[in-house]
Design a binder for this molecule. Sequence first.
Ligand code: HEC
Length: 122
Amino acid sequence: MRRISICTIGLAFLAGMGLASSFKAEGADLSKGKSIYMELCIACHGLDGRGVGSVRLNPPPRDLTSAGVQEKLDAGLFKSIHDGRKNTAMGTWKHALSDEQIRDVIMYVRTLGGGASSLPKP
Ligand code: HEC
């Protein structure tokens, strides 16, 4: 529960930032990435990226905050999103999203790994 509230604050902060300025880093647009995520990815991956408990998929949506996902290079995540993952509910997004939009959404996925995530606490 505590995790969720920290996440909510984080998201509210990101939302504020998105309004104040279109935050850019490494050529990707975080605020655009966030809207893409909220529109297309949240149904399976959930608000905090940990997956939606009520959605029963086999295999289940990957926990986007996990080290397993966050340790992958951008190129690996790009391939997973662009081409999809064979024999899973994670379909190909190459028809729906441009390469640039995929980069934007990866930027957002990276923020899910920060803050209240699986990273070890100091
Ligand atoms: C219909 C449900 C569904 C939707 C919608 C969905 N995903 Fe997934 N996603 C999955 C599942 C299931 C997996 C696990 C695939 C596996 O086990 O290999 C996954 C895995 C992933 C992974 C991990 C891939 C890896 O290489 O480990 C990433 C990153 C990801 N999704 C991002 C996204 C993004 C970004 C969107 C929105 C554009 C999205 N997903 C939309 C179901 C979904």
